[in-house]
Design a protein around this ligand. Structure first.
Ligand SMILES: NC(=O)c1ccc[n+]([C@@H]2O[C@H](COP(=O)([O-])OP(=O)(O)OC[C@H]3O[C@@H](n4cnc5c(N)ncnc54)[C@H](O)[C@@H]3O)[C@@H](O)[C@H]2O)c1
Length: 340
């Protein structure tokens, strides 16, 4: 039976990839995107789906209760998948307030609407950063779903706050809920403030590549398509009330990722410039995703070697997208979409 799915934050990186994935995999479903089009959301990304009668776009802020209630009441969705967030750790350090508003208050408004209008499932997209970090010299340690929350940045704290609130909504108001906590994503349509598109963009222009601290911080990387597959599986087949870790089992030092990009682009390593470390910088993230593998049969389809080549090539082939998002000219098309 076809479903109606609200995807919040669908003009951003992972949300847009999730919309394309869902459109292809569940072509009878109706997808309704709600996005306020902040600097990180680009309406042009959704151009290829905008003409479909199975797609609708609302420009609205998830903190705006009146707008959210009116949209959810009018479309009566089966599912809400919440990707909408302020997502950049550095920005959360310089300007935490908006992270609390969108990531915590906004999530609570969506959950209020989900309870009020009786959605079948609310899925909260969370992050492995809620677990804090692990020491570099203990490769045996991984985060599992029972690891205590131990956040380092205003970003991760706001995401952990939303997770706790979601679990409280489930217990108090009976919200039918699942949560996924994923490691670092990479792939097409990522805003070039994040490591991989930032480095590709700068290397293409022969600009210095700023690397925090000693560059030895470790992240687990997952191709965005595999994250979208995981969210789709959890939404439709995951056990209500459960948290699922999602990871690539693919730990890399930041400096090694940067060197790999330079080598693919045939640029010299002399472009690397070590800069002052990020405040409170987490050392290592490593995720145990055996639960989703065991319970839902999810395994990543893309190796890092394949995914990173496809990603770098995508940014080369889509220089126009990268240029427009970098110089902010896409914001003009965003501003043409009326606000609710
Ligand atoms: N990028 C990663 O590596 C990663 C890893 C794990 C989890 N996550 C989580 O996945 C989700 C999506 O991340 P992303 O990297 O695609 O982020 P993004 O910054 O690329 O996109 C966020 C989107 O949310 C929209 N948005 C922001 N505030 C809003 C508001 N108040 N109302 C409505 N829309 C709003 C933006 O316009 C944008 O389109 C986030 O919840 C993030 O915490 C991201």
């Amino acid at each position: 039976m076809s479903k109606t799915i609200v995807v919040t934050g669908g003009a951003g990186f992972i949300g847009s990839n999730f919309i394309f994935y869902t459109q292809k995999k569940h072509s009878h479903d109706k997808i309704v995107c709600i996005d306020s089009l902040t600097y990180a959301g680009n309406i042009e990304t959704l151009g290829s789906i905008s003409g479909s009668d199975r797609f609708e776009f609302f420009r609205a802020d998830i903190c705006n209760r009146k707008a959210i209630y009116s949209i959810i009441e009018s479309i009566s969705p089966d599912y809400i998948v919440n990707f909408a967030a302020e997502s950049h750790v550095d920005k959360s350090i310089s300007c935490p307030q908006v992270f609390l508003e969108t990531n915590i208050v906004g999530t609570s408004v969506l959950m209020d609407a989900a309870v009020k209008y009786g959605v079948e499932r609310f899925h909260q997209v969370s992050t492995d950063e809620v677990y804090g970090d692990l020491p570099l010299d203990r490769p045996d340690l991984l985060f599992n779903e029972d690891t205590p929350l131990h956040t380092s940045s205003p970003y991760s704290s706001s995401k952990a706050g939303a997770d706790l609130l979601a679990m409280a909504y489930r217990r108090t108001y009976g919200l039918p809920l699942t949560i996924s906590r994923c490691s670092n994503n990479y792939g097409p349509y990522q805003f070039p403030e994040k490591l991989i598109p930032l480095m590709v963009k700068r290397a293409l222009c022969n600009k210095k590549l700023p690397v925090y601290g000693d560059g030895r911080n470790v992240r687990d990387w997952l191709y965005v398509y595999d994250h979208c597959r995981a969210v789709d599986m959890i939404l439709r087949h995951g056990r209500e009330g459960e948290i699922y870790n999602v990871g690539g089992n693919n730990e890399k030092k930041n400096i090694d990722v940067v060197k790999l990009i330079l080598s693919y682009l045939e640029k010299p390593e002399s472009l690397i410039e070590f800069v002052d470390d990020r405040k409170g910088h987490d050392r290592r993230y490593a995720i145990d995703s055996s639960k989703i593998r065991r319970d839902l049969g999810w395994v990543p389809e893309f190796s890092f070697e394949t995914g990173i080549e496809m990603t770098i090539q995508w940014y080369i082939d889509n220089c126009r997208w990268l240029d427009r998002i970098t110089d902010g000219s896409y914001l003009k098309s965003n501003s043409e979409v009326p606000f609710r």
